[in-house]
Design a binder for this molecule. Sequence first.
Ligand SMILES: [Cu+2]
Length: 165
Amino acid sequence: MQPVRNGFFWITVMGFAFLMIGYTGSMWAAMPSDIQVQGAWVRAMPPNATTSAAYMVIENKGTQDDRLIAARSPIAGKVELHNVQKEGDLMKMFPVEHIDVPASGSTVLQPGGFHIMLIDLKNSKVGDQVPLVLTFQQAGDIELLVPVKESQMGQKLPMQHHHRQ
Ligand SMILES: [Cu+2]
């Protein structure tokens, strides 16, 4: 009887261990990221436009500074991180390497400031959703489905595309 009981005991222990590994694994996967994105939207595109921009508030609830280092979309040819600078009467956009999001802080991406530039974007109208993946240095990839909206500021901003090489 003794060997059988021992065998059963070990099978139970091993089974429990695997169960724990599986449980911890799924807890890990379900753990919320330190990075949270609020109020994301993509500017609705005029009929023949091929570019647009995504805006949002990026919150960092963690204790470590983070930064947005890249973004991509399956429906955009190219996605860049941009900022805007006033030059005379014009607001000129330029690419940036990264957008910092401080620990226990947030960074606002909005018209006239930081934005995610969507280049060669499939034409997107109000009601559409743009899949977007943001890559953070610490938090890794965050997948979003971003609704397309009209800009609250209309198309009044005198924007001109300007790439600094
Ligand atoms: Cu831009």
